[in-house]
Design a protein. Structure first.
Lengths: 243, 539
């Protein structure tokens, strides 16, 4: 796995805020996610989940506050922070002029892996999902689910310590959802950290260890979860509260 | 008929509504393009007026030669219009459109959809053709039909409409015939079509501008008519000959002949298209991105693994694997080559004094930079914006923004090489009495300067949300700002050459000014790009 500052939290935010003109999309979020944890962020549409994730991965710059990945500030030490995580967007639109295998190879090259390691890792990862038949095809022809699978494989390619995923299972069939969830579990067992945002409460309940409920740009509740927690009830309770 | 009117009204409504959001910047874009339109049209008008007035000094020789040149321009335009129609029809058939897919589920006869698309294509082609032919026709009319200008213009407008109607109909026929054979062939098919188009264009140029044309000037009256009547475009069976007769003499028999020909072609084409439309839609629209390869060859993947320039190579693939982009680039380059080829032939027809010689050099230089700007605005300026919806991938990798920007600049320099070669070769092709070496050096550097400017300006405020559509990126507010910057650079460099050719500035000074302005511009734009590219946000 990629090197990182193990003494620091995998993700830490301090008063993290993002405003778009008059809209406060994320308001003073303080979050600390420890290593080897699977953390699910849930919340209704427009609650600020995607904006928070984009702030964590450096696609947006905070209006106030800061975010660090494995101790590296995402704004000031962006390159070092980005070495520590793999990311999947909520809309993993690929380069429609590359084949799946080219996309993975490009990812490996840009993450500074040697050609032989790239080949080895791709071969390992392709055994996760049954997609060997389509990897030489133009990605522009892929279904939503297959794009999600490719993006997942690309995020795992350089063995990061942290995975940040926005809507992990959109477009996936039940078998692939199961593979996806189990892979996340295995990843966490091996010392990796997973942070994902989802609308699918059952997926969060099944695979996450801790959950944060986001509403109107704030994380309004955080709990460790076990099999019998009333996640749906909490979600509804928080959704009813207006800030 | 009602459905066709509704579809056309929807098109008009979509244009009106497009202007409702960000109205000011869109109006600025429109004004900017309007300005370029006026400048280019005025340039063509002034040049052709100079040319025709020069010929008008010689009574018989002048009119007949000008008439032949006008006829040749119509033939060339017909060929361009045909190419444009084929491109427009094949794009309509190949590029998936949710709107068309929806329309196909409605109980509307395919003939009505065909008619609707024919009207749209006719309208767009009329604008394109008018843009080029109107200033030429106006200058021809002023030079030779000053007393009957109104009647001449009526004939000229009829000529444009008939020219576009027939080229649009034949273009539709060709597209519907070749479309099934292009399916899934990727860029190979686009290249083959372009190659055929360019080869025929060059043959056409050679055919309609034969060597005999230059002999006309010094020929005696009898010999003149003998040569003139043997020229290829003097054949009375050519429909374009009837068109020329229409504007020259307004004869009714020619009008009937050309009307019968045009409407015959239109009706046959529309009938043919209506019968094949559904079949082609079913055949071509089953898969999206039908013109792209279904899979790619493995060597690219091997190279991607070890190249030290992965972003450059990725972007290179994005261009060469996109039929629209590569097609546009090759088409524009061929058009530029074709333009200078015709200019070289036309330039041989008259005796040029020093002033005309300088004007001709400036005219050619400005056109070179105009073609280069069009090419760069479409292929180079959007390079950063093209990351668009895939930005989530590149901008979350541990790569510095400088590396991304410079990878794109490197590709920019590779893409502009054909224009640099053209900038150096065109001066050998054109019949000027001018220092070829200095002009070639200044032109090549000017092209390079435009490439850097377009590249850097494209990274200052990339239009990421519309990155999937490079055409929209290049017509955005920043695109128009880049266009204005390119025009300014062209004007300054054109003035430098003008001063140099008139002997006001020596060659060394002209070169120093060009390089000085160039390096200052590049350094300033680099600083701006470096600052703004660090502020990117992906909402």
């Amino acid at each position: 796995m990629a090197e990182q500052n193990v003494k620091f939290a995998a993700i830490k935010t301090t008063d993290l805020s993002k405003h778009f003109d008059h809209i406060k999309a994320v308001r003073s979020v303080n979050l600390e996610i420890h290593t080897s944890q699977i953390y699910a962020l849930i919340g209704p549409n427009g609650s600020g989940k995607t904006t928070l994730i984009k702030l964590l991965v450096g696609l947006l710059t905070p209006t106030h506050g800061s975010a660090s990945i494995s101790g590296y500030d995402i704004v000031k030490e962006g390159e070092k922070a980005k070495e520590c995580f793999g990311y999947i967007s909520d809309d993993p639109t690929p380069y429609d002029y590359l084949s799946g295998i080219e996309f993975l190879t490009l990812t490996g090259n840009l993450r500074r892996l040697t050609p032989s390691i790239i080949r080895e890792r791709i071969s390992e990862l392709l055994s996760l999902f049954p997609i060997k038949d389509i990897v030489y095809q133009n990605m522009g022809l892929y279904s939503r689910g297959n794009r999600q699978k490719l993006a997942f494989l690309a995020s795992l390619l350089a063995k990061p310590r942290l995975l940040i995923i926005d809507e992990p299972i959109v477009g996936l069939d039940p078998t692939s959802i199961d593979i996806f969830g189990k892979t996340l579990k295995k990843f966490a067992r091996n010392g990796g950290t997973v942070f994902f945002a989802t609308h699918i409460l059952s997926f969060a309940k099944m695979y996450a260890e801790r959950v944060g409920i986001m509403h109107s740009g704030r994380i309004v509740r955080e709990e460790d979860i076990s099999r019998n927690i009333p996640l749906e009830k909490w979600y509804e309770e928080e959704a009813k509260k207006s800030p | 008929m009602r459905e066709i009117i509704v579809f056309c009204a929807l098109d008009i409504l979509s244009i009106i509504r497009w202007y409702r959001a960000q109205t000011i910047s869109k109006i600025l874009v429109l004004l900017g393009f309007g300005l370029v339109f006026v400048m280019v049209t005025t340039g063509i008008f002034l040049y052709t007026l100079l040319f025709f007035k020069d010929l008008a000094r010689y009574e018989t020789y002048g009119f007949l030669t000008a008439n032949y040149m006008m006829h040749a321009a119509i033939v060339v335009l017909f060929w361009l219009s045909l190419g444009s129609s084929v491109a427009s029809y094949t794009t309509h058939l190949f590029i998936p459109s949710k709107k068309n897919d929806y329309l196909l589920t409605l109980p509307v006869a395919s003939s009505k959809l065909v008619w609707w698309f024919f009207i749209r294509s006719f309208f767009l082609n009329t604008i394109l053709i008018s843009f080029i032919i109107l200033p030429v026709l106006v200058s021809f009319g002023i030079a030779f039909f000053n007393s009957t200008l109104f009647i001449f213009f009526l004939g000229a407008l009829t000529l444009i409409l008939l020219l576009v109607l027939s080229s649009n109909s034949i273009g539709g026929l060709i597209s519907y015939l070749i479309a099934p054979h292009l399916k899934g062939k990727g860029i190979d098919a686009v290249f083959l079509c372009l190659l055929i188009f360019i080869a025929i264009a060059i043959l056409l140029a050679k055919l309609i501008f034969p060597q005999e044309l230059t002999m006309l000037r010094h020929a005696e009256a009898n010999e003149f008519l003998k040569i003139y009547n043997s020229l290829p475009l003097s054949n009375t069976f050519l429909p374009t000959y009837w068109l020329m007769q229409l504007i020259n003499f307004g004869g009714l028999n020619f009008l009937f002949a050309i009307l019968a020909f045009t409407f015959g072609v239109v009706l046959f084409s529309l009938d043919f298209q209506s019968k094949r439309y559904i079949f082609l839609c079913q055949l071509l629209k089953v898969h999206k991105n039908i013109l792209k390869y279904a899979s790619y060859k493995k060597y690219a993947n091997k190279y991607l693994a070890f190249t030290k320039l992965p972003i450059f190579y990725k972007d290179w693939l994005s261009i060469i694997r996109s039929p629209q982009e590569i097609g546009y680039g090759v088409f524009l380059l061929s058009l530029a080559f074709f333009f200078f080829l015709i200019l070289s032939r036309a330039g041989n027809l008259g005796d040029m004094d020093k002033k005309a010689n300088v004007d001709f050099v400036i005219f050619s230089f400005v056109w070179l930079l105009f073609f280069t700007t069009c090419y760069l605005l479409r292929l180079v300026f959007p390079l950063m914006a093209r990351e668009g919806k895939s930005a989530w991938f590149l901008f979350t990798l541990p790569i510095s923004i400088e590396r991304i920007v410079w990878s794109k600049m490197l590709l920019n320099l590779v893409l502009v090489i054909p224009h640099i070669i053209l900038a150096m070769l065109m001066w050998l092709l054109l019949p000027f009495d001018a220092p070829v070496g200095t002009l070639a050096a200044i032109s090549a550097f000017s092209v390079l300067l435009l490439a850097f400017s377009n590249g850097f300006l494209g990274t200052i405020a990339p239009n990421f949300p519309q990155g999937g559509d490079p055409e929209k990126v290049s017509t955005s507010t920043m695109g128009i700002a880049t266009l204005v910057a390119s025009i300014t650079i062209t004007a300054i460099l054109g003035y430098t050459i003008y001063q140099f050719l008139n002997g006001v500035w020596p060659a060394n000074l002209a070169i120093m000014i060009t390089f000085g302005i160039g390096i200052l511009t590049i350094l300033s734009l680099n600083s701006l790009s470096s600052y703004f590219s660090k502020q990117y946000e992906f909402k």
